[in-house]
Design a protein around this ligand. Structure first.
Ligand SMILES: [Zn+2]
Length: 91
């Protein structure tokens, strides 16, 4: 930890590095190097992407009542990246 690092996570199946936290609770996605599941939602006609940690994702997933809605949610897997590695700034 050198103070300049921001938390970053790799979303395995989206092959995307994110520095945001869960869109519901604001916590990070995973602290264990093995990672943790994350729920990805694409919302509205513009497919805005929301990302939820495993506990928020479980809660949301348990409320889905239609296949049409379910199709908008995908479980992915978040891996914490050491020192924010993978982000575009590399100083
Ligand atoms: Zn959460």
């Amino acid at each position: 930890m050198n103070g300049e690092a921001s938390p970053a996570f790799l979303l395995v199946n989206r092959v995307e590095v994110i520095s945001e936290c869960c869109d519901a609770c604001g916590n990070g996605f995973a602290s264990n190097p093995a990672g943790e599941k994350a729920l990805i939602a694409s919302v509205g006609s513009q497919n805005r992407v929301l990302r939820f940690c495993s506990s928020c994702g479980d809660n949301i997933n348990s409320r889905i009542q239609s296949e049409e809605a379910r199709a908008r949610y995908i479980w992915d897997w978040a891996i914490p990246l050491k020192d924010g590695r993978g982000l575009t700034h590399n100083s």
